[in-house]
Write a protein that binds this ligand. Structure first.
Ligand SMILES: NC(=O)c1ccc[n+]([C@@H]2O[C@H](COP(=O)([O-])OP(=O)(O)OC[C@H]3O[C@@H](n4cnc5c(N)ncnc54)[C@H](O)[C@@H]3O)[C@@H](O)[C@H]2O)c1
Length: 255
């Protein structure tokens, strides 16, 4: 898996999983441009400040990015402790907006990888709703759809990760057929990053204790980065529209 000479843009590159993807991508020879609301804590080849919850800020960041990008990794995200509108904007509408706006700058044969979650594993239960939202094409249309189909605060994180899995599949198929760009997602289980405490609070002690009994341990972020970069690489040139669990086996418990 060589990333030599490829330019990869990574949101959320200033912490946790995104930072680890950035570090490994550079080690593999890629030219990495980070996008985050916070300054990076590792050496990158470029950095653009962005608020993924704000369409104008995303458009400004896209203007600042070069053409000929090989891959976009969408790793920025907030937990369900944030207000549900912020979760909708950062984890779904903004991610979609950035991806669509950046497409003209992504080279043919390029790739997009979205970070979903094991907490999005129940997307088939709400498939029709997620397809409805995925069928909207702009931020405004998506926001209007959400106004008509309100999402509860206590399950908003799960809802938008599910929705992201479905959008990745639907749009990933179209992008490959129409533009020769692949789009996939990676679904981590719990990972030791600064956001993990939020998830414990969000899910509650009882659920966390039950989950803990089913897993060996939370992942380290450097166990998530290699599969993400595989999906960015030409080695995955025939893979599009999948949601790859990278979770130490938790996904198998849904069978
Ligand atoms: N850590 C886990 O247990 C876990 C499990 C499954 C999925 N995930 C997902 O992985 C992704 C990365 O999470 P992480 O664990 O690295 O968390 P993290 O908190 O360490 O990193 C998240 C990054 O996103 C950035 N970010 C947040 N809001 C932003 C905004 N409005 N604009 C720009 N940047 C913003 C933050 O500044 C931070 O650098 C998220 O999408 C998260 O939902 C995490």
């Amino acid at each position: 898996m060589s990333l030599n000479g490829k330019t990869i843009a990574i949101t959320g590159a200033s912490s946790g999983i995104g930072a680890e993807i950035a570090r490994l991508a550079r080690f593999q020879g890629a030219h990495v441009i980070g996008l985050d609301r916070n300054d990076p804590m590792i050496t990158l080849d470029g950095f653009v400040k962005i608020d993924m919850g704000d369409a104008a800020a995303i458009d400004a960041a896209v203007t600042a990015l070069p053409s000929g990008i090989h891959a976009l990794v969408n790793a920025a995200g907030v937990s369900g402790l944030a207000d549900k509108d912020v979760v909708a904007r950062v984890n779904y509408l903004g991610l979609r907006h950035l991806t669509e706006a950046l497409l003209p700058k992504i080279a043919k044969g390029g790739a997009v990888v979205n970070i979903t979650s094991i907490l999005g594993a129940e997307w088939p239960k709400r498939l029709d709703a997620h397809k409805g939202l995925a069928a909207t094409t702009t931020w405004a249309e998506g926001a209007a759809w959400l106004k008509k189909h309100p999402v509860p605060q206590d399950s908003c994180y799960q809802y938008f990760k599910e929705a992201l899995v479905v959008w990745t599949k639907k749009r990933g198929y179209d992008l490959f057929m129409q533009r020769d760009i692949r789009m996939n997602s990676v679904a981590p289980g719990p990972v030791f990053t600064p956001i993990l405490g939020d998830f414990v609070q969000m899910l509650g002690e009882e659920r966390v204790a039950a989950d803990a009994a089913n897993i060996k341990r939370p992942a380290i972020a450097d166990e998530i980065a290699p599969p993400v970069l595989f999906l960015c690489s030409d080695a995955a040139r025939w893979v599009t529209g999948i949601n790859l669990p990278v979770d130490g086996g938790i996904d198998a418990l849904y069978v």
